[in-house]
Design a binder for this molecule. Sequence first.
Ligand SMILES: Nc1ncnc2c1ncn2[C@@H]1O[C@H](COP(=O)(O)OP(=O)(O)O)[C@@H](O)[C@H]1O
Ligand SMILES: [Mg+2]
Length: 489
Amino acid sequence: MFGAAAPARLFRLAGLGEARNHFDVARARGLSPFVGRESDLRTLEAALEQVKIGRGQVIGVVAEAGTGKSRLCFEFLQHCRAAGFQVYEARAVAHGRNIPFLPVIDLLRAYLGVDPADDAARIRERIEARLLGLDPAFEAALPLMFDFLGAPDPQRPAPAQPPAARRAQVISTVRQLIYRLGEQQPIMTMIEDLHWMDAASVEFIDQVIDARGSRSLLLLNFRPEFQAAWMSKPWYRQIPLTPLDEGSVGELLGELVGRDPSLRPLEAAIYAQTGGNPFFIEEVVRTLVETGHLEGPRGAHQLVTPVERLEVPSTVQAVLAARIDRLSRRDKRLLGLAAVIGKTFRGPLLAKIAELEPDELSSALASLQNAEFIVETAVWPEAEFTFRHPLTQEVALGSQLMDRRRRAHAAVADAIEADNPKRLDDHAALIATHWSEAGDARKAAAWWLRAARLTVSRFAAVEAVAQILRGIAETNRLPEDAERWQTEL
Ligand SMILES: Nc1ncnc2c1ncn2[C@@H]1O[C@H](COP(=O)(O)OP(=O)(O)O)[C@@H](O)[C@H]1O
Ligand SMILES: [Mg+2]
């Protein structure tokens, strides 16, 4: 009666979307269209076909930083998502080497639909609903899984068992979980940057990785230094990712800078200098734009300096350092603080330690995004940013004075402590890491001890000992007094 001749479909707004990661954002801004990689994508495609018929696969994409591992995985997973498959993601981070199970917990949260911001009761609710929804037989494993994800149930404590037995039970639950998830439809799991994994996670992955018989594709990426025993298994395949070839570099540059005749000699020079590493290429282009050698609108640049006269540092780290150096004091300082927090950082945490007026802070963040050092990865429920690349964070971290960096670590430790009064145990290893970096032996020792207690309860006795040893190492730097003896005891 309201004028529509045919039935119209109605949609209800269910919530705000979230940019999934930096490539979505990059794409939204029209950056670096994907080039090359046809044969690698074919390999991944073939693995997917195997998975669909129940032959689980594990694939490792291996290459040096900046070669395009994350991007290749992302492109493939986008394709899987479009085909309707569930994709679960987790990552190891540079500062997480001493934080047991960081990527494993990340992964379990993804599988179980747990949001780290949830309170303990909500976490238990979600775990229970998810597991029992898949298989009522998971009932017996619930208390242990609650414990493992930092939400023990006082009403239903996990049975007292030696750490090794508890750990074995969690591992077998996770294997079952992957199997059950795959029964509904093939599942895709990606874990990024395995070279940064802590020892407990490495061991965990070793034991759940055998994908035979499950409809699961486990996609891993790491730098060449990472090695594992399972790499010789028949269900494992490795994609050694090569730098982009000259043709692909030309294509990429065509998109990034344009196809003006003045650019022809530049192409060969950039290829020679970067060896086809796409991240290096992007940073060189940014440098040339910032220093005025490339003029005109993005994607339609002209080279206004003869190629022979261009001076670009010879490593991507040096290119990044020079770009950071050209920032204003305010922006440079903020970038350094952000790098101290980590590759990904929450807006409110940065605001807390930045000592900037709100409008100064947002203008600094805007200019760092403009310069493409960082990208905003979430706006809701709170702002979250991530460095475009781990190397950007690494160089930003290293390009500040030691003294300032120490103070920043102390401020971050304090802020994390203040922000998480109810979940201090969960953050203990992270806080300890920051106090160690801050050079505050007393606080570091106390927090390593606290972290070790949690680690024992999460079934990693060996890692707990490692944390205790770190704590003791810190106490060795303290004056010989009663407080030190107390801590050592
Ligand atoms: N095939 C490609 N085509 C276009 N850009 C690419 C390609 N591979 C990587 N890049 C870009 O290069 C940068 C580094 O890639 P990334 O996947 O983060 O490297 P890695 O994970 O190996 O360190 C990113 O900005 C990415 O978008
Ligand atoms: Mg990567």
